[in-house]
Design a protein around this ligand. Sequence first.
Ligand code: SF4
Ligand code: MG
Length: 324
Amino acid sequence: TTPLLEVRGLEMHFPVKEGLLLRSRIFNRAVDGVSLQIKPGETLGLVGESGCGKSTLGRCIARLYQPTAGSIVFNGRDITRLKPRELRPLRQDIQMVFQDPMESLNARHTVGDILEEPFIVQRLHSPAERRQRVAELLNIVGLPARSASRYPFEFSGGQRQRIGIARAIALNPKLIICDEPVSALDVSIQSQILNLLIELQQEFGLSYLFIAHDLAVVKHVSDRVAVMYLGKIIETADSDTIYRAARHPYTKSLIEAIPVPDPHRKISRQVLSGDVPSPINPPHGCAFHPRCPEAQDQCRQKAPTLQALSEGHWGSCHLIYPPV
Ligand code: SF4
Ligand code: MG
């Protein structure tokens, strides 16, 4: 199958502001050469600690940002450098669901107005048809029709996320970028929202880029997983391979961090020490070396590159490359 989304060598380097000065020769390399693909109907999980660039990458793909280098081909069309005016039709096809619906939903508007807005922006339907569509959307995400006349603050976090999802699917998009859609929710509510996303995917043939900071959440929904560290993808494979046979020391540490309800399991978890280094001044050599339990001399000098380990499994670490 032709991919729905094909990202190549994507970079988003922000000039660093310090005080009033825009020090244009210093850059935050938030996204630093990312390539990935998403097929129709597929979910790619994108995992990494906060600050690794995953949200920035998602926003570049949704073209909320204009990337500084690389290319994004969506549905056969290069969308990397579309101008604001040219982006409007694209907004139908690529949507986002955010972590905190309270921030993304206009609190002074009723839910009905919020859900009608995409149709108004795209100049679709008569007012009566729009209200009909709003009622359908509420029904699809499991909210009563009377929700339309209420305000976002009158809903629980999980219900608000349902509203955010209803808005995201309003225009029948092909791709939804879910940026930590359940991170702010109670664990009991998380699985309800994840199940809703899975149902909608099956019903409407949606593709997802599912961004999360832990592998546990992503495990539930993803066909393939990409692990990101300091602006780069450091390992990618189908979900099964990532969970059973991860090779990169960073991925292994994320897997170790997944809580397991097993009282017999020893608490000898290798929890990662230290913070994510700054993408403004990344460590020399392998960017993970200051935190890597397996780091060796060569890791401080030479940056590893992403190489194929087996069919569909890629990793970026000096210790895991197959012999040439
Ligand atoms: Fe660790 Fe070296 Fe591999 Fe980097 S290249 S992940 S520092 S072993
Ligand atoms: Mg984020």
